[in-house]
Each structure stands twice: as structure tokens, then as C-alpha cells.
Design a protein around this ligand. Structure first.
Ligand code: TPP
Ligand code: MG
Length: 567
């Protein structure tokens, strides 16, 4: 039976198991929207800015391990998706973006709302399509979903001219894809695995660096088995947080620019690094010249392009980390590494990096810690970018797999609100906390309307320091305290929330924190807390930009100094 391109698209999405689409309509996607009522199984969530649609699809994808879908009209609708798609690309998040394009006869004529979106998105998508006939749509959707969710995950764009949406064609959904040029390796090479096992079995001070690849391939138990069997301590990248229990004795926390001192010291003193599903991002490695000077490096990643890109690997293993770890674990000897672990304990004692100082002031770290205490880790935390993100990474204890969602690679302010929205839509049973910066929150603040219209019951904690805090911190530490344009005049966020029909309260004092958090959690719908925190609090430890991981600046407050900590 013949169907229109728009119907073929909807039926194909249903075949792929899609339940939710985030988007905004416009002329070039009207035929698609016009068919939505025929497919009530597809829930469309009307956002207020296309950037929000892309971030929501990304948050949904990360929280559910499914593909997130967003849709926008041609021209400005499509270009508004760009930041969100780039964000998904940098963090290997499987998103399929659908855009309307001007009708085929108008392409290349600078038609109204025409933009070469496949050209624009070429470097920020894993693949993209400009669909030239309705007959191609079904196989295009099949391919797009296959590419987005296999190998190294990532976003795929399908650009569909308006007249293709209206054209009729036979609908047959293919069983398989035919992509001879698209290959990925999921099983690691056995000889490489043997080499790695040999190194692990003879290492004296081994260290695991766990990245987002663990979460993507859901290799939590395999990672735990490796760490526990051979007593190997684990440090995580920002996106690797929650791939290994935050309260595990072998977990040293995050490495890198804002990593714990002991995680960074572990990297710099290890004789073997087992880097798993991570890409040696510069925020994790600091200056690569001085990175892990004594270590052999085993690098396990599904993407061969990552091997040797930033840090050379002695034993590269290309494959899905779950499969590779399974194979490796069979051959690993039980070990205790007593000397190494006691050295690490010593560093922990000397550098208590994450102790929160005793203070009458409202410290942002305390706020995050109390959200952890109230939830006991049973929540998904979605952060903004900057200080709030680092405090959320440091002071919440992520005991549950995949419980931190954050814009790591692109560092996109404004991700927090729509990202949290997407996570909550995907996981309605979960408590979702949006930890927002007062700056970042205002970049996608309009999504409060979506939250109310669609009843998305997220809890929003604004870490309101009245500054573009992380940049102010850099001005303080590296630009001799010259605060140029980082101070923010802010609106009354509680009144803003109320205007969007979301209850909110302001918290200015320490003793108000816990009751406010419980009030938010007890409320059945969305709730906002404006935490007016100490404005010039800094994120510590910090490795200054350009330095190597051993140059660790720790907090200069006497009350949090550990014995023997040096500055
Ligand atoms: C879209 C975007 N623009 C600019 C930046 C640069 N930047 C990084 S952190 C930061 C400050 C963020 O301020 P806020 O959201 O209030 O968070 P805070 O650091 O104060 O917690 C800025 C401007 C960015 N990361 N993203
Ligand atoms: Mg701020």
C-alpha cells in the first residue's frame, strides 16, 4: 500500500521503537506534523527552542540507552539544533535529528528558510542524509538508527524536503541495512588482549581510568570484576563518573583539571594505566607531555581513531569494552597490590581534596552534598557547565550506574534544563535533579514552559553565585583578579518559576537547605530551588591550564587543609 513520505517516516520511527520526539514545527515539516495524529504511539513534546529539542533528545538517549529523536523545520529551526547536535557528537550520544528542507525544486535557490543543514552538520554528525525521494525514506531511517546506535555512538541527521514528505511511495521496512563501507569491531583482538593481561598480571601499581564507554556498553559489572579481582584502583573521567560506584573503596574519584589530588597522583605514579572507553580528553590528561610518566598504557576503545590520538598506547585494543573486559577478566590473576593501595591511602590522608569546610556561609558544595544525602544517590543528576558541574561531579556520590548526565566534551551551558527534561521523560520513575548554573539556566530557561505543558516533574537546583562562576574563577586565579563581565544581574528565579506555574523557593542560609530539598522532593511536580550561594567560592583542586597533573592547587582554607598538604 502506498503511503506519503510523512507516513513512511512515522511508521519507520515506530518500527525503530521510538516513543518520544522533541521538536518545534514550521512550514517545512508541516506534512510530518499533520500525520502525527494518525500515530498516537509517537509522543511529540513541543519545546520552546530547537536547542532544547536536541539537548532533550540527548538527555533522553543517555538516560535510557535508546536513541533520542528531535525534529525541526528548515533554515533557522535546523540551525538552532546545531549546538545540541554538536554536544551529542562530542559525548557519543545516539540522537537522530530530523529536519524539514525546502521542496526539491527550491534547493540551491536561497529559498525562504533554506539552509544547507547537511553541509553545516557534516563535521558534527556521524552521518547525514538529504532524502531525495519518499521511496528512500524507510531505508534511510533504518540506516540512520543503525549508525547512531552501533560502533561509537553518535548523532545522525535526516534532512527531508517538504515535497518528499508529501510524495507517495510503497512502504516496506527493510529487515537489515546494507552498508558495506560501515564497519566496527566489537570483539577485541585476542593477541592484544593477551598482551594486556600479561602487563596487568605483572604490574605493581596499576590504575584503571574509566570513561563513558563503560556506561555506554553497560560494562559496570565487568569493570567491577576487573578492579576487585586484581585490586586495581579506579579513577574516572567526568563522563565516567557513575560507571563505578562512588562509594567503592577502590574508587579514587575523578582525574584531571578538577580531579582529586590522589586520583591525579595515582595517574602520575602508576606503572600501568588501563584506559577503558575514554579518549584522553585534555581536561582529563592536563598537559599530555607530563602525563603518566612511568606508565605503560593499555587503551581500550571502540573507535580506532581514538587510539594514539592524544596519548600513545603501548597496547591498543579496539572493541566494545564489555566484550574486551569479559575476555580479559578470564585471564587476570587475583592480586592485592598492598603497597600501592597503602600509598594511595597515604595520599588521600595528606590531600583530603573533597572535604567541605565548616562555614556559616551557604557553600555550593554543601548544597550538592545535601541533595546526595536526601536522595541517597537514588537519582539522575543532570548538570550545567562550569563550577556547578564540577561541584556536582565532586560532591554527589554516584552509587547508581549511569546517574550523572553532563555536557562533557562540548561543555555546553544551557544543557542542564532540557537535558534533565529528556532524562525525566525517558525515565519517569526516576528522581531527576537538574543542577543549574545561574548563567547556564538562562540560556535555555524557556524550556520551563515545556516542563509545565508536558508535566515533566524535574527538581531544579540553581547554584546561584551571581557570576559566570567558572570564568570568574579563572579571572581570579589566572588574570590577577580582573573580573571583566563575569558578574551577572539575575532576575528573581522564584518569580520566574511561578510565572511558568512551577513552585519555587529561595534558600540563602545553610539551615534552610535540607528542608528545601525535602519540600522539592515531596512535591509531585516540577519544583525549583534558587540556592543563593557564596559568590566567590572556587572549585578545588584545580590543575592550572597548561600544567601537568602533578601541579595541583588545593583549597587555601585552613579548615579543610589535611596534614601535610602543600601549596
Ligand atoms: C554556551 C557556552 N558559552 C560560554 C561558555 C564558557 N563558560 C564556561 S563555564 C561558564 C560560566 C558558567 O556560568 P554559570 O552557568 O553561572 O555556572 P557557574 O560556573 O557559575 O556554576 C562560561 C561562560 C560555555 N561553556 N558554554
Ligand atoms: Mg553562576
Amino acid at each position: 500500500m502506498k503511503k506519503t513520505g510523512a507516513q513512511i517516516l512515522c511508521e519507520s520511527l515506530i518500527k525503530e521503537g521510538v516513543e518520544v520526539i522533541f521538536g518545534i514545527l514550521g512550514g517545512a515539516v508541516l506534512p510530518i506534523y499533520d500525520t502525527f495524529p494518525q500515530y498516537p504511539q509517537l509522543r511529540h513534546i513541543l519545546v520552546r527552542h530547537e536547542q532544547g529539542a536536541a539537548h532533550a533528545a540527548d538527555g533522553y538517549a543517555r538516560a535510557t540507552h535508546k536513541v533520542g529523536v528531535c525534529i525541526a523545520t528548515s533554515g533557522p529551526g535546523a540551525t538552532n539544533l546545531v549546538t545540541g547536535i554538536a554536544n551529542a557528537y562530542m559525548d557519543s550520544s545516539p540522537v537522530v535529528a530530523i529536519t524539514g528542507q525546502v521542496a526539491r525544486p527550491f534547493i540551491g535557490k536561497d529559498a525562504f528558510q533554506e539552509a544547507d543543514i547537511t553541509g553545516i552538520m557534516l563535521p558534527i554528525t556521524k552521518h547525514n542524509y538529504l532524502v531525495s525521494s519518499a521511496g528512500e525514506l524507510a531505508s534511510t531511517v533504518k540506516e540512520a538508527f543503525h549508525i547512531a546506535q552501533t560502533g561509537r555512538l553518535g548523532p545522525v541527521l535526516i534532512d527531508i524536503p517538504r515535497d518528499v514528505q508529501q510524495e507517495e511511495a510503497e512502504f516496506v521496512y527493510p529487515d537489515k541495512v546494507d552498508l558495506p563501507g560501515y564497519r566496527f569491531v566489537s570483539r577485541g583482538h585476542s593477541a592484544q588482549i593477551k598482551k594486556a593481561v600479561k602487563l596487568i598480571n605483572k604490574a605493581e601499581s596499576p590504575l584503571i581510568i574509566a570513561g563513558r564507554g563503560i556506561t555506554i556498553s553497560q560494562a559496570y559489572s565487568e569493570l567491577k570484576e576487573l578492579a576487585e579481582k586484581a585490586q586495581i584502583p579506579v579513577v574516572t573521567t567526568l563522563l565516567g563518573i557513575s560507571s563505578f560506584p562512588g562509594n567503592h573503596i577502590l574508587n579514587l574519584g575523578m582525574l584531571g583539571m578538577h580531579g582529586t589530588a590522589y586520583a591525579n597522583l595515582a595517574v602520575q605514579n602508576a606503572d600501568l594505566i588501563i584506559a577503558i572507553g575514554m579518549r584522553f580528553d585534555d581536561r582529563a590528561t592536563a598537559n599530555t607531555k607530563g602525563f603518566a610518566p612511568y606508565a605503560h598504557i593499555i587503551h581500550i576503545d571502540i573507535d580506532p581513531a581514538e587510539i594514539g590520538k592524544n596519548v600513545p598506547a603501548d597496547v591498543p585494543i579496539v572493541g566494545d569494552v564489555k566484550n574486551v573486559l569479559k575476555a580479559m577478566n578470564k585471564e587476570i590473576d587475583g592480586k592485592t597490590h598492598l603497597e600501592w593501595l597503602s600509598q594511595l591511602d597515604q595520599w588521600k590522608y595528606e590531600h583530603p581534596s573533597l572535604e567541605i569546610g565548616q562555614s556559616d556561609k551557604l557553600l555550593p558544595q554543601y548544597v550538592i552534598r545535601q541533595i546526595y544525602e536526601a536522595t541517597q544517590g537514588d537519582a539522575i543528576v543532570v548538570t550545567g557547565v562550569g563550577q556547578n558541574q564540577m561541584w556536582a561531579a565532586q560532591h554527589f556520590v554516584y552509587t547508581k550506574p549511569n546517574s550523572l548526565i553532563s555536557a562533557g566534551g562540548l561543555g555546553t551551558m544551557g544543557f542542564e534544563l532540557p537535558g534533565a527534561m529528556g532524562a525525566k521523560v525517558g525515565c519517569p520513575e526516576e528522581t531527576v535533579w537538574c543542577i543549574a548554573g545561574d548563567g547556564g539556566f538562562q540560556m535555555t530557561i524557556q524550556e520551563l514552559a515545556t516542563i509545565t505543558q508536558e508535566n515533566i516533574a524535574i527538581k531544579i537546583a540553581i547554584i546561584n553565585n551571581g557570576y559566570l562562576g567558572m570564568v570568574r574563577q579563572w579571572q581570579e586565579l589566572f588574570y590577577e583578579h580582573r573580573y571583566v563581565d563575569t558578574k551577572l544581574w539575575n532576575p528573581d528565579f522564584v518569580k520566574i518559576a511561578e510565572a511558568y506555574d512551577i513552585p519555587g523557593i529561595r534558600v540563602k542560609h545553610r539551615e534552610e537547605v535540607i528542608p528545601a530539598i525535602y519540600k522539592a522532593m515531596d512535591y509531585p511536580g516540577a519544583f525549583l530551588i534558587d540556592f543563593v550561594v557564596e559568590p566567590e567560592e572556587n572549585v578545588y583542586p584545580i590543575v592550572p591550564p597548561g600544567e601537568s597533573l602533578t601541579k595541583i592547587l588545593e583549597p587555601p582554607r585552613p579548615e579543610v587543609l589535611g596534614k601535610g598538604a602543600k601549596y
